[in-house]
Design a protein around this ligand. Structure first.
Ligand SMILES: [Fe+2]
Length: 136
């Protein structure tokens, strides 16, 4: 991972949405816009927008990084709560969380950190495999 920028100002409309299945390993339909990433000598980081289409479900998952996630558009239904713009989710490293439901669609801003970043999401209950993009 390249060194992190010390200062960055970004017009996010200039950035392209990418296939979230390829970038973060979630089931098809999700899109990701990476704003900043890099290593600062303490940790690696990826700061990004994630856009979920209406009706999408992000399955129960686990990953090695932590993330701080802010809802900025739409709704995230999780753990008995309906989160709206301004609401927040923290996912700790190695801690399973979800499923997250997005009945009306949702865009979040999510900052991920780890000593060594691996953004691929895994299913902690799988006996057949760990690849969420293939439904298991
Ligand atoms: Fe997560």
């Amino acid at each position: 991972m390249k060194p992190a920028e010390k200062f960055l100002a970004v017009c996010t409309d200039d950035l392209e949405w990418e296939d979230g299945t390829r970038v973060i390993g979630l089931p098809p339909g999700v899109e990701v816009k990476i704003v900043a990433e890099g290593s600062d000598g303490v940790s690696e980081r990826v700061d990004k927008f994630v856009r979920f289409p209406a009706g999408y479900t992000e399955p129960l998952h686990i990953h090695d990084h932590l993330h701080s996630t802010l809802v900025i558009e739409g709704e995230m239904h999780v753990h008995g709560k309906i989160l709206k713009p301004g609401d927040f989710v923290f996912g700790g490293p190695g801690e399973q969380h979800g499923p997250f439901h997005y009945p009306v669609g949702c865009t979040v801003f999510s900052c991920s950190r780890a000593e060594k970043m691996n953004q691929i999401h895994r299913n902690p209950q799988s006996e057949r495999g760990t690849d969420l993009t293939k439904g298991y």
